[in-house]
Design a protein around this ligand. Structure first.
Ligand SMILES: Nc1ncnc2c1ncn2[C@@H]1O[C@H](COP(=O)(O)OP(=O)(O)OP(=O)(O)O)[C@@H](O)[C@H]1O
Ligand SMILES: [Mg+2]
Length: 500
């Protein structure tokens, strides 16, 4: 890391209706550094980036790039100045090919040339893929890499990554980190936004923390340990969140769910058998693509099972579609909330009500008062940052949108709640709130299936852990867990330990 400052933002202010999103924020970036930008959901991270990239216009403050004042007016303008961004919401064109996506909006190149150039770029990411296929053909992880490749290829001075790792698995994260380290050596300044604490320490040189639109401070990475960092982000002592654990389940508690040899024709997941007790919290561990989501999808009948049996609450059920599952007391909060959940033009209240209302039937509308009470309850419980329940969900920060969708499914009062990566993209404080709510629901005899890529939280929150590998159940571990559980799970995931 050199001492050369490439970017200096001073006294930045941005006012949205009812929210001061940024209040006199200073930020500096040096050449050849990876600088983590941190804060709770709604702290103002994305807004600061959007101000730098011309999406939002500042109400006050100055921006100096290489010592010269600039006023970015659009993302295109920012790119021309060498500021390149991978936004929190992937904004690529699914119907264009990989190569076209990398070069879209730039000088006309011959197809042959862009294909060759794209292939070369993807190699740098160790991705050997057919760049002439439409982007939609590939996984989210690959799509993410493509948007990073696009940013890298513009020979940027500054690269901004707004939560680039939320949909990547461990290997892909390491790959991205290697690319980041290479770029840093070339003198690029990188701004890295993430909610994964370990990743901050793995790759960053410095960090800047925001809270409620205000600057808390900038620090060298070795100046603050994790607990100090979290305390600065949340503004209070957070030791308690590292101490959340599930209640024990009685050995003779009745089954909530029993699946036997569940599968579907031509489906990547087959022969799933599991038993879940009332009040039990079951974690699903495994790599991306190992079949965790697909298993949940079978239980919820989002994919209709064609083999095996499913018993819920002692009743054999033959759910054909999610609505049947909902009527059987199952709720499923999906992983891809952008695609499957958020309706941007509706308010927070309306977004929370959707599943509850569907369950009750649209002939029996909830009274406005019931709606307000439910919405307010979850806004409070999940600390959703908003002035009130009537704000459009599309205007919330990314993490707060996710919390609303989690609330939608918690609010249906299910017997069995399946949460697919509910804490992804969510700050540490809110993560703890979701974990606490899951654990509390289990005390009320609700059963929970908790899918997460973060082993730490799976191990800490679960009574029992199912480990998925290559489309089937590789092992099942019974709690209470200890310090060896993590390495044990990792070796099962890697296929080194056959069964448990
Ligand atoms: N387009 C908008 N209109 C109105 N308010 C907005 C808009 N975009 C953001 N805000 C508000 O500005 C504040 C800061 O949001 P921002 O998206 O910068 O948070 P963030 O730190 O990126 O959070 P997250 O970690 O959840 O992505 C929030 O209170 C948010 O509701
Ligand atoms: Mg954001």
């Amino acid at each position: 890391m050199s001492e050369k400052i490439i970017l200096e933002m001073k006294g930045i202010e941005i006012q949205f209706p009812g929210v001061k999103a940024l209040d006199k924020v200073d930020f500096t970036l040096r050449a050849g550094e990876i600088h983590a930008l941190l804060g709770e959901n709604g702290a103002g991270k994305s807004t600061l980036i959007k101000c730098l990239t011309g999406v939002h216009h500042k109400d006050a403050g100055t921006i100096l790039l290489d010592g010269k004042e600039i006023t970015p007016i659009s993302p295109q303008h920012a790119i021309q100045m060498g500021i390149s961004t991978v936004f929190q919401e992937i904004n690529l064109c699914p119907n264009l090919t990989v190569a076209e996506n990398i070069f879209v909006g730039r000088k006309e190149f011959k197809k042959k040339i862009i294909n060759a150039r794209a292939r070369e770029l993807m190699k740098r990411f160790h991705l050997d893929i057919d760049v002439t296929r439409p982007l939609s053909y590939f996984s989210t992880a690959v799509q993410q890499m493509v948007s990073i490749a696009r940013a890298v290829d513009i020979q940027a001075k500054i690269l901004i990554l707004d939560e680039p790792t939320s949909s990547l698995d461990e290997n892909e994260v390491q790959l991205l980190f290697n690319v980041m380290r290479d770029l840093k050596k070339e003198g690029m300044g990188i701004i890295f936004i993430t909610h994964f604490l370990d990743q901050i320490y793995a790759v960053s040189d410095r960090m800047t923390i925001l809270r409620n639109g205000k600057l808390v401070g900038s620090y060298n990475i070795d100046e603050l340990n994790k607990l100090e960092l979290v305390t600065k982000m949340i503004g209070k002592d957070m030791q308690a969140i590292f101490d959340l654990h599930p209640a024990e389940v009685a050995a003779d508690a009745p089954d909530m769910l029993e699946a036997q040899h569940l599968g579907a024709l031509g489906y990547p997941v087959q022969d799933i058998s599991l038993e879940l007790k009332k009040g039990e919290l079951m974690g699903f561990a495994g790599l991306l693509g190992s079949g965790r989501t697909e298993t949940a999808s079978l239980i919820f009948a989002a994919t209709r099972p064609t083999s095996g049996t499913l018993t819920i609450n002692g009743k054999t059920v033959a759910a054909k579609k999610p609505f049947d599952a909902i009527m059987n007391g199952v709720a499923f909060c999906p992983e891809d909330r952008k695609r499957d959940g958020i309706i941007g033009d509706l308010s927070i209240r309306e977004n929370i009500m959707l599943a509850v209302q569907a369950k009750r039937g649209f002939m029996h509308p909830l009274s406005r008062q019931e709606q307000n009470e439910l919405a307010d309850k979850y806004i409070k419980a999940l600390s959703i940052a908003t002035p009130d329940a009537e704000k459009k969900i599309g205007e919330l920060s990314g993490g707060n949108q996710q919390k609303v969708i989690v609330a939608r499914w918690m609010a249906t009062n299910p017997d069995l709640l399946i949460l697919d990566e509910p804490t992804r993209g969510i700050d540490v404080g809110a993560k703890a709130e979701i974990q606490r709510l899951m654990i509390e629901m289990c005390k009320d005899d609700v059963s929970v299936i908790f899918i997460s890529s973060e082993l730490e939280e799976v191990i800490r929150c679960s009574n029992r852990i199912v480990i998925m590998r290559d489309g089937s159940k590789a092992a099942e571990l019974e709690g209470p867990f200890d310090g060896n559980t993590q390495s044990r799970i990792l070796s099962i995931i890697a296929g080194e330990e056959v069964s448990a």
